[in-house]
Design a binder for this molecule. Sequence first.
Ligand code: PLP
Length: 380
Amino acid sequence: MKEMMIMTPGPTYVHEEVRAAMGKPIINPDLDLQFYEFYYDLCGKLQKLLHTQNQVLVLNGEGILGLEAACASLIEPGDKVLCIDNGIFGNGFGDFAKIYGGQVTYFKADYRKGINKAELENFIQKNGPFKIATLVHCETPSGITNPIDKICPLLHDQGIISIVDAVSSMGGEAIHTDQWKVDILLGGSQKCLSAPPGLTILSVSERAWDKISKRKHSIVGFYTNLSSWKNWYEEKWFPYTQPVSDLYALDKAVERILEDKGIFQRHKNIAEAVRKSIIEVGLELYPKESFSNTVTAMMVPEETTFEEINKKMLEEHRIMIAGSLGDLNGKVMRIGHMGENCYEEKLYLTLKALDTVLKELNVPVKGYLHKHFQEVYNVQ
Ligand SMILES: *Cc1c(COP(=O)(O)O)cnc(C)c1O
């Protein structure tokens, strides 16, 4: 049978060079000193990708581990935490902060727009001071990218340590970690980085390390304790045995991204062409502004349901797209165009199939989704 084309916002297609890297011989990562050099080198590549001098760590768990490790290591009981909430992941961050004793205040904003810096600044003046803020770069369930380039410098100036979930933007958007004063930036291997699921990447600023070192209460947990990683290279010691094959794959995936000079512009162009084609045929996007370049969220047309669309997409076209989560479940559907899925031909095929499916389900579609897409993409 034809291989399924997975056009979800993660996990994404893993290139054969990356899969081949997983087939390399397994060495002993604790005893083989060369492995420490390999790992050091991988962290250096990630620093380059994220434009940071901060220490970069790769932990052995999916993106949620990075998120939880940041909360566990930074937040002490009673710390005032600002949870910046304009989406499902943004809201959920508050729950993690509470697990570790944070006193959480929510800044609730419109779920169909990016965070407004002036409104946030006002809120902080009225409700602050805060020690830590949690926020999400790309809200994957709603297809919104928050302007962390404006928000994190504001937080920094207010003396607030930022923890940014960039799981679905890292590798698909240019991120200037140091220039934007992001204290903790965290990502996952399976989204725009297009490596197998299972790893989380964190960059940790000096300010964040300082907060960790001055804690009054010890960190609860071992796997989530970032401080045990601080001197791994100098001490030639990892807190636990490293998943060698997954790391080889991530290294190859990051190498491919660094070699692909047009990658961020391609994400922008593809995303814009996808959005324009959706609007052009008379369908509706979920976000009103601050559109993501890695995932597009659109309203499920009222003539049908996501279940019907999805069934046909899977069975008749072998293409997997995604619904959404929480309150958006059933109302919103999503196409991922991140990492190895961000190519013209893949989006053309996806939109062509979707065009056919929607028409079969009696959704009025003006013209052709895929043809509009191609027209816009080719004149950019
Ligand atoms: C995918 C994702 C995560 C990780 O969540 P899983 O559902 O466990 O993969 C975290 N944050 C964001 C913004 C994500 O898109």
